[in-house]
Design a protein around this ligand. Structure first.
Ligand code: NAP
Length: 332
């Protein structure tokens, strides 16, 4: 089969398309012919050694995808050759070879059916970002629970994979959603998806503009995909006991941070890690995510689909800031 090999930690620019042996499905595993793979910023971070996992080389990236089952390992009875399935986040593409290959071997416990009415493209890029958004939205309750209906949710980097998922799931919870995007065009798309307000994070008066828009309320929960200089602005928009779920760092490190921003309003900051999901929790959360998307009549959003030979161009598109998910058509 053909696969994009990562042979160094020098960035996605160094990936190489090569011919390698087909993988074999061992016990508890299924062999898939990959139809579509989804890209994530984590793949690019991994190629630069900026990710907790440091797989041995050569490695094949690709955590998301959808494919046809070609064969299953011994004792597998719940998945059958000929079925088309999606991959929930797990070891694929991180600890073992992933979906930037014509074939991939996946634990059957990480496989899910394609929800009725979804295209293969919609399925291929959704699991990692929607599970991340779900954790970001529900991690503050014990047990994890959605925020109160009517609360104000702020989403930074709202046009990206996690951002779109947060907007859609936030609307499914009855939240008032404020989305930030640097692009007016993507802002209009976010409104179509249900965002109540869209603002440009580069507005020098961002805090005032947002607070005037949502007055007399303040932000109850922020899903922050960007970090960087904007992070302190996000804290300043929080109301009493407001929370920030920290997801990403597309905007780099936070240059300056004063803890006094937190204590008077008892604000809280909590990290999100999609890798923390146990398999059963990932499966249960995925079911709930699909149920919610169905209830609001929405689907995952695809930004663009690149040919298998264009993986580097696809990574470049992701770095520029997509509107939804960047996919690779591997076969079919
Ligand atoms: N913690 C976890 O478990 C977890 C899981 C998944 C992802 N992540 C991280 O979360 C972040 C977002 O992931 P994603 O899949 O949504 O990424 P994405 O699809 O690339 O989208 C990120 C969005 O952020 C905005 N953005 C990008 N660079 C920016 C910059 N320099 N300054 C301000 N805004 C910028 C862009 O929106 P506009 O162009 O519209 O402004 C872009 O669409 C990444 O850092 C990723 O590694 C973490």
């Amino acid at each position: 089969m053909r696969a994009w090999l990562m042979e160094s930690y020098d960035g996605f620019e160094k990936l190489r398309l090569a011919e390698v042996a087909d993988p074999e499905p061992g016990p508890g595993l299924a062999l898939l012919r990959v139809r579509f793979a989804g890209l994530n910023p984590a793949d690019a971070f991994l190629t630069r050694g900026m990710y907790p996992a440091k797989p041995s080389l050569p490695h094949v990236l690709g955590r998301d995808g959808v494919g046809d089952v070609l064969a299953v390992g011994t004792n597998v009875t719940t998945v059958h050759a000929g079925e088309t399935v999606g991959i929930l986040r797990g070891v694929t593409g991180v600890e073992v070879w992933g979906t930037l290959a014509e074939k991939v071997v996946v634990p059957i416990t990480d496989l899910v059916a394609v929800p009725p009415g979804w295209t293969l493209e919609e399925m291929a890029g959704a699991p990692l970002t929607f599970l991340t958004a779900w954790q970001a939205l529900t991690q503050w309750g014990d047990p994890p629970s959605p925020p109160d209906s009517g609360s104000v949710l702020l989403v930074t980097g709202a046009s990206g994979g996690v951002g779109v998922a947060s907007v859609l799931l936030g609307k499914s919870m009855g939240l008032t959603v404020v989305a930030l995007s640097r692009s007016a065009e993507k802002g209009a798309r976010l409104k179509d998806l249900g965002a109540d307000f869209v603002f440009n994070p580069e507005d020098p008066h961002l805090r005032k503009t947002v607070l005037a828009g949502i007055a007399p309320n303040k932000v109850d929960l922020a899903v922050d995909n960007v970090g960087g200089a904007q992070f302190n602005e996000v804290i300043a928009m929080l109301g009493y006991r407001g929370r920030i779920s920290v997801v990403g760092r597309s905007g780099g490190v936070v240059p300056e941070f004063n803890t006094a921003m937190l204590f008077f309003r008892r604000n809280r900051i909590g990290g999100v890690s999609v890798g923390d999901y146990a398999r059963e929790a990932a499966q249960a959360s995925w079911k709930e995510i699909c149920r919610r998307l169905d209830a609001i009549g929405k689907r995952p959003v695809v930004d663009s689909v690149f040919r298998f030979e264009e993986v580097k161009e696809a990574f470049a598109r992701l770095a520029r800031g997509p509107m939804g998910k960047v996919l690779i058509r591997v076969a079919g």
